[in-house]
Write a protein that binds this ligand. Sequence first.
Ligand SMILES: [Zn+2]
Length: 117
Amino acid sequence: MEIVLFPIIVRPQSDSNDNDNIEQIDEDIAVTQSQMNFICPITQEEMKKPVRNKVCGHSYEEDAILKIIQTRKQQKKKVRCPKIGCSHDDVKGSDLVPDEALKRAIDSQNKQSWSTL
Ligand SMILES: [Zn+2]
């Protein structure tokens, strides 16, 4: 008689059914990333397209910081980092990189607030 071993099939978590795992991850992000970090220091609104300043590490809404850089350029002035308490006073467009991690954190927080409402 032949013994057949059936492998245990681990199904990936599906969104519609048991999403305990996914919610757990969302909670971790919400705790480690304070909600204030999602707020653009320029617009005071939650960022939709966050970009991070490579020099000082602060993030802003892309459109808002680019507008400031453009305006200050016309005035031939340097751009001070709009984040309160930051002493960086030479923000350049070339120093800004898309902040994918922050965007994901914002997205996942929004998803969470929808599911808990
Ligand atoms: Zn800064």
